[in-house]
Design a binder for this molecule. Sequence first.
Ligand code: PLP
Length: 291
Amino acid sequence: MASAPETRIAFVRGQFVPRDTATIPLMDRGFLFGDGVYEVTAVIERRFVDNGPHLDRLDRSLREIGIANPYGRAEWVGIECELMRRNALDNGLIYIQVTRGVAERDFLFPPDLAPSVVLFAQNRRVQHNPLIEKGAAVITLPDQRWARCDIKSTSLLAQVLAKRAAAQANANEVWMTRDGYITEGASSTAFIVTPDGRLVTRTLSPAILPGVTRRTIMRIADQAGLALAERPFTRDEALGAAEAFYTSASTIAIPVTRIDGRIVANGRPGPVFRSLYDQYMQHVLENPQDF
Ligand code: PLP
């Protein structure tokens, strides 16, 4: 009998192992405290999407919480490439998590712990999401996260509960609000296009994650000559927008056609979204790999 391809191999604390039987120590601080950070990078047609900026952000998140990055850039890319190879990953996601490591349970961590590194791959098609044609429904809810949303922390309870609320409302995403303004999606960056054609997304600050997809979308929009504005916007402004969409590594970009049950513009994905999405795909498939 032919052996099954190695479709489920993870990298766990220094070794490639079968994903579904892999274990981490009970005393890992990631498990006990959510004391760690993560990244998600898309792979489309065997190409990493914006891998360099994702590894840059991982480095920044680690620095912000005082964990020394355990690997150099070439080592990270080497592990990712090997993971792709072992999982025959043509299209999907690479998940990276770094926690502070294993120690007797205590809020205060001992100095010089060896960080725990975990990577796994998920086979799925990031492109051709049916929501691209159909449009997504978003609900708005208060942002219940902590004050350092710029760190890609594995402590995601507020987003887990937000996603459950979205599912209960038959919606695809939550746009979270704080002080009357939308901060971002539960797992995405929020964008609108104003009636006069300006692309608007919130200014970077500790209130939001600096989205890698956000950055590339802004660059593409700028190169295409679109007027850009980085500023907060309200739910009411989004409801009156010409277009709305959200971006993330795992979706690239998804048009929003309903907010809190109300139709946005004509209820169909708009031309600015379509054009930016197509240019993003072109950027992925034609540009040299950026590590
Ligand atoms: N904002 C939040 C809270 C997220 O969790 C994510 C992605 O998971 C994003 C924004 C989008 O970031 P990126 O485009 O880097 O995936």
